[in-house]
Design a protein around this ligand. Structure first.
Ligand code: ADP
Length: 461
C-alpha cells in the first residue's frame, strides 16, 4: 500500500506538474493574443470612425457639420474632439477632461492621412485614442481626435479573465480525474505484479495475475506467471530429487548395515562371512558410483562443467572405445560391432563423449541377454553426424520412454541387484550431449531392442 501511494503520488505529481505548466503556457498565450487582438480591433474601429468623420468634414466643412459630428458622438460610446492645426479645440462631443486635454496637447508632427494611434495603454490610462487629420482644398485644417474609455475595455477583459479562470479550474479538476484514472490503469497492474513477486520471493508460487493485454505490462505479467510456474516446478523437482537421493542412498546403506551386522556374528563360517563381505563391498561400490554420478550432475547443474572441445576424428575415436568395451561384452557372451565412415571430424570433449558412450554401452550390456549383438554405427545426414548405439536387448516399454532421461528413473522398479544401476546414467548422458550442443533420441521396442541416436554437428574444414 505504501508503494501504491509512493508510485501513484510520484506519477500524479509529475503528470500534474507537466500538465499545469502546459496549461499555464497555453492560457497565457491564448489570453495575450485574444486581449491583443481585441485592443487592436478597438483601435482600428476608433481610427475608422475618425476617418469617416474626416470624410464628412471634408465634404462639407461648416458649423453644422461640426455640430452634427459632435452630437453623433455624444450618443455613442466613443468621444470626439476636433481641433485646428495648432491643436486648439474647435468642438467636442462631451466635456473635455484632463486626460483628454493631455492627449490633444501632445506634440504631433506629420500625421498620415489615415491617422495615427495616440494612446494604446488600456491598463493604465483612462482612454485609448487616435487622431486623423482633415483638409479642405488640399490644405490641412486640423485634427479629429477619437477617444474610447478604457473602463469598458477593462470590464470586457475582466469578463474574459473570469472565463479563463473558470476554464482553468474546470481543466484542473478534469486533469486530477484523468490522473487518478490513469494511475489506476497504469499503477494498479504494477502494484499487483510487485505483490506477486514479493509472494514469489517468500516461496508462495500461487501467483494469480489477471490477463493484462498485449502491451509491455501484459508481457511483464506473463513473464512473472511463467517465472512462478518455473520456480514451482523447480521446487517440486528439487524436493522430489532430494527425496529420491535419500531413498537411493538408504537402500545400499541398509544392505551394508544389515550384512555388517550379520558378519559380526561369531557362529559364522568363513564362506558365509566372505559372501556377506562381498555384498557389503558391492553395495559400497554402488554407493560410491552413485555419489560420483551425483557429483557430476551437480557440476552440470551449476553450469561450471568445463567442456574442452577439440577436433576429433570420429572413426578412430569410436574404434578406441570399441576396443575398450569389447572385453566386457565378450565376458557376458555378447557381441559388439562397429560401422563408421572415415575422415569425419567433430568438435567435442573426447573425455566427456567417452563417458556418454560408456554409459550407453554399459546399459546395452546390462539390459541385453547373452548371444545378442550391439552395434555402434555412424552416418551423415543433412550436415549432421548421427552416432547410433543399437542393441538387441529387453527394450523399454513405450510408456516409460518419455521418462528414462529423468534422474533416478528406472524401468524395472524392483531393481534386481544384479542389473540395478543408479538411474542417473541417462540424465548425465543427456546433459553432456546438450552441453555439446547436440541432441539424443531413443527408439525402443519391447523384446526387440533399443536404439540411442546422438546428433552432433560435423566440423567442416
Ligand atoms: P540405470 O543406472 O538404471 O541404468 P539409466 O539412467 O542409465 O539408469 O537408465 C534409466 C533406465 O532406462 C534404466 O533403468 C533402464 O530401465 C532403461 N534403459 C536404459 N538403457 C536401456 C537399454 N539399452 N535397454 C533397455 N532399457 C534401458
Amino acid at each position: 500500500m505504501i508503494i501504491l501511494n509512493k508510485i501513484s503520488l510520484k506519477f500524479g505529481l509529475w503528470f500534474l506538474g507537466a500538465m499545469l505548466i502546459l496549461e499555464v503556457c497555453l492560457f497565457f498565450f491564448l489570453h495575450t493574443s485574444i486581449v491583443g487582438s481585441r485592443i487592436e480591433e478597438e483601435l482600428n474601429a476608433l481610427q475608422a470612425r475618425g476617418n469617416s468623420h474626416r470624410d464628412v468634414l471634408e465634404n462639407a466643412y461648416n458649423k453644422e457639420t461640426l455640430h452634427h459630428i459632435a452630437v453623433m458622438e455624444a450618443n455613442a460610446e466613443t468621444e470626439v474632439i476636433i481641433t485646428d492645426l495648432n491643436q486648439n479645440m474647435i468642438i467636442s462631443s462631451s466635456k473635455v477632461d484632463g486626460e483628454e486635454r493631455k492627449i490633444i496637447s501632445k506634440k504631433i508632427k506629420k500625421v498620415p492621412r489615415d491617422g495615427l494611434i495616440m494612446e494604446t495603454r488600456w491598463k493604465s490610462e483612462k482612454y485609448i485614442s487616435t487622431v486623423t487629420p482633415f483638409s479642405i482644398n488640399e490644405n490641412q485644417q486640423g485634427y479629429i481626435y477619437m477617444f474610447r474609455s478604457t473602463d469598458q475595455i477593462q470590464s470586457l477583459i475582466s469578463k474574459l479573465n473570469r472565463h479563463f479562470i473558470t476554464g482553468a479550474i474546470m481543466i484542473f479538476f478534469l486533469m486530477i480525474i484523468t490522473i487518478l484514472l490513469l494511475s489506476k490503469v497504469l499503477i494498479t497492474p504494477l502494484i499487483r505484479m510487485k505483490q506477486a513477486t514479493e509472494k514469489l520471493s517468500k516461496g508462495d508460487f500461487s501467483v494469480n495475475l489477471p490477463d493484462m493485454g498485449n502491451d509491455e505490462l501484459g508481457e511483464l505479467s506473463r513473464a512473472i506467471k511463467i517465472l512462478a510456474e518455473d520456480l514451482k516446478h523447480l521446487k517440486e523437482e528439487r524436493s522430489e530429487f532430494l527425496a529420491s537421493i535419500s531413498h537411493e542412498l538408504r537402500t545400499p546403506l541398509t544392505y551394508i548395515k544389515g550384512y555388517a551386522d550379520v558378519s559380526r556374528r561369531k557362529n559364522l563360517n568363513q564362506a558365509e562371512r566372505e559372501q556377506y563381505l562381498g555384498i557389503i563391498y558391492e553395495e559400497s561400490e554402488k554407493l560410491s558410483d552413485m555419489i560420483k554420478d551425483l557429483f557430476d550432475l551437480a557440476k552440470l547443474d551449476r553450469n561450471n562443467f568445463v567442456i574442452n572441445r577439440m577436433e576429433v576424428e570420429l572413426c578412430s575415436f569410436l574404434l578406441s572405445i570399441y576396443e575398450k568395451v569389447l572385453p566386457a561384452f565378450k565376458e557376458k557372451g555378447m557381441d559388439l560391432k562397429i560401422y563408421s565412415h572415415k575422415n569425419v571430424h567433430v568438435m567435442m570433449d573426447p573425455m566427456r563423449f567417452e563417458q556418454v558412450l560408456f554409459n550407453l554401452l554399459d546399459n546395452a550390456i546390462k539390459y541385453s541377454e547373452p548371444h545378442t549383438t550391439t552395434c555402434i554405427s555412424m552416418k551423415r545426414e543433412k550436415g549432421k553426424i548421427l552416432i547410433e548405439i543399437r542393441d538387441e536387448g529387453h527394450g523399454i516399454p513405450e510408456e516409460d520412454i518419455p521418462f528414462i532421461f529423468e534422474r533416478f528413473y528406472r524401468v524395472d522398479k524392483s531393481r534386481s541387484r544384479s542389473t540395478g544401476g543408479t538411474g542417473l546414467g541417462l540424465s548425465i548422458v543427456e546433459e553432456l550431449i546438450e552441453a555439446h550442443g547436440g541432441q539424443i533420441e531413443v527408439k525402443s521396442e519391447l523384446g526387440k531392442g533399443t536404439t540411442f541416436l546422438i546428433k552432433v554437428e560435423e566440423m567442416i574444414e
